[in-house]
Design a protein around this ligand. Structure first.
Ligand code: FAD
Length: 491
């Protein structure tokens, strides 16, 4: 069954085509037009560019040079942005050189790891793209149950190395997502209800701050910075290395898809709401109302259970009785396979997404989404219910920057389209859907926002942690060099 389960935007006002400098072709040895932090037009002098190049171990790419288009392309193809320069960093020294250059030039700066930004903020028009995707080292310490990774590492690579020792860090649900971006904003996935969010398992990090300093954040050194990195997103500098706590996991787990036809959606979702309210921490269930060719639309439960295999059938039994499934793919499955099972349904493309947290799945919520689908059918849209709770909720909201500990789920509406004509109607559809459930929403997820948000909504990402984050932003990035994110304004 081919399905799309996830996420994206195509706001005309934000596309590269509307900006003049994208017409300019920049060859080596010439001055390059660029965009400043405040949106001003700048000129980057050829000598300064060559000086930056000389300080980098990795390549520096300009429009028209080999590799430039590949390096600026991100998962969400709704964003076709053209940076003035792309510094493909090979290590922390390159990151330092790039940050110093951006600050000295007053240049708009984007930071890219795995390139899975939904809101397109990991690439910018006319600025400097600090591309970390070449930094892919992973070191596992099986005795200490620790991993250290560089910021270009994808989830699949991390899982593979850790699984060689029967270990895993709680990460996300789609295996080509970047571990660093995911972790800095929170990071939910199959092991998080048992072991906490990805950010809860971040033990230390190295980063280059806006003034070009190389800083370590750990329980011993700059603990307030570690606090901020656990959910505060990319606001505080460029993270060059992340250390995680690992947990025994796999190699086999239990899980897979359980699929019901849309005709049964109301009853199945009501039963799901009852079931999920008391589910054990070992269970993670991502529910979708998704299009599927042979059934028009389905209710799909993407299930994983990380407890004892012998108990799994009993745990999921009530879900199997919610209706008459059209597919039951549940069974013992390698952990890495479950981790890759979402990939095919989430190919790169043009996407728009809106989401928010709820404290409970209620019949009012699920019925209103089913009503919306019935009254405004669209086969390029998905609703998702990502499960939180468990260990995530046992951390105090102010213990890390990640605030929304009481959420039971994040509810997301996703639209995707092929050609440009699809952008506007799909975006409107997603906004309309989200409006229906907005009164039930209690906060937003840093990693799923950043499109077109009001200051009020951005603050709601961080709840009551916002003032402390704003103080730390002032200390580490007073000029707001790192603003292409769910942006915290310096206090
Ligand atoms: C298909 C898909 C599936 C997803 N599934 C999940 C999921 O299951 N669970 C979940 O929690 N989230 C999920 N997400 C959201 C994902 O966590 C965020 O989009 C995340 O930011 C992606 O990280 P990245 O490194 O791939 O992205 P990038 O586009 O490279 O970066 C996104 C942003 O993160 C910041 N950033 C990245 N690296 C660094 C760094 N080293 N230093 C400082 N700032 C940095 C920057 O602000 C950047 O704009 C998913 C996204 C997609 C597209």
């Amino acid at each position: 069954m081919k399905r799309r389960t996830f996420f994206g935007s195509g706001l005309a006002a934000l596309t590269a085509a509307s900006l003049p400098y994208t017409r300019l072709f920049a060859a080596a040895g010439t001055d390059v037009p660029a965009i400043g932090l405040d949106g001003r037009q700048l000129t980057l002098k050829a000598n300064d560019i060559e000086d930056l190049r000389a300080h980098l171990r990795g390549p520096l790419l300009l429009a028209g040079t080999e590799g430039y288009d590949g390096a600026r392309t991100i998962w969400n193809r709704a964003f076709d942005r053209k940076p003035a320069l792309i510094a493909r960093c090979a290590g922390a020294a390159d990151v330092t050189a790039a940050v110093n250059f951006a600050r000295a030039q007053g240049l708009l700066t984007a930071v890219r790891g795995g390139g899975h930004s939904l809101s397109g903020q990991s690439v910018c028009d006319g600025g400097l793209l600090i591309d970390l995707s070449l930094m892919g080292a992973i070191r596992i310490d099986p005795l200490a149950k620790r991993a250290r990774i560089e910021p270009g590492v994808r989830l699949a690579q991390f899982d593979r190395e850790a699984q060689a020792f029967g270990l895993a860090a709680p990460l996300g649900t789609v295996s080509d997502t970047g571990a660093a971006g995911l972790t800095l904003g929170g990071g939910f996935g199959r092991l998080c209800r048992k072991h906490g969010l990805a950010c809860d398992n971040l033990v230390s990090a190295d980063l280059v701050t806006a003034d070009g300093r190389f800083v370590k954040a750990s329980a011993q050194e700059n603990p307030d910075l570690l606090w901020a990195l656990r959910g505060g997103g990319g606001n505080f500098g460029v993270v060059t290395s992340l250390e995680y706590r690992l947990h025994p996991a796999g190699p086999m787990m239990y899980g897979g898809p359980l699929v019901y036809p849309f005709a049964q959606a109301r009853d199945v979702l009501r039963g799901f709401a009852d079931f999920i309210a008391t589910a054990p921490d070992e269970l993670f269930l991502f529910a979708f109302l998704a299009p599927a060719p042979e059934h028009q639309r389905v209710v799909m439960f993407d299930i994983s259970y990380c407890g004892p295999l012998a108990a799994a059938e009993r745990v999921v039994a009530p879900l199997r009785k919610l209706g008459k499934p059209v597919k039951d793919g549940l069974g013992p499955t390698p952990y890495v396979e479950l981790q890759r099972s979402g990939d095919a349904g989430n190919p790169p493309g043009r996407y728009y997404i809106k989401g928010g947290y709820v404290r409970q799945i209620t019949p009012g919520l699920t019925d209103s989404l089913v009503d919306y689908l019935e009254s405004s059918p669209a086969d390029n849209t998905v609703f998702g219910f990502a499960q939180f709770g468990g260990a995530i909720s046992r951390v105090k909201p102010d213990a890390t920057a990640y605030w929304h500990r009481e959420a039971s789920h994040e509810v997301i509406a996703i639209g995707f389209w092929g050609d440009a004509a699809g952008a506007e109607p799909t975006t409107q559809w997603v906004r309309g859907a989200f409006k229906k459930i907005e009164p039930l929403i209690d906060g937003y997820y840093v990693n799923h926002g950043g499109y077109d948000e009001s200051e009020r909504r951005i603050r709601a990402n961080y709840g009551d942690n916002y003032p402390r984050l704003a103080q730390l932003k002032k200390r580490y990035d007073p000029g707001n060099q790192f603003r292409l994110n769910a942006n915290i304004k310096p206090a």
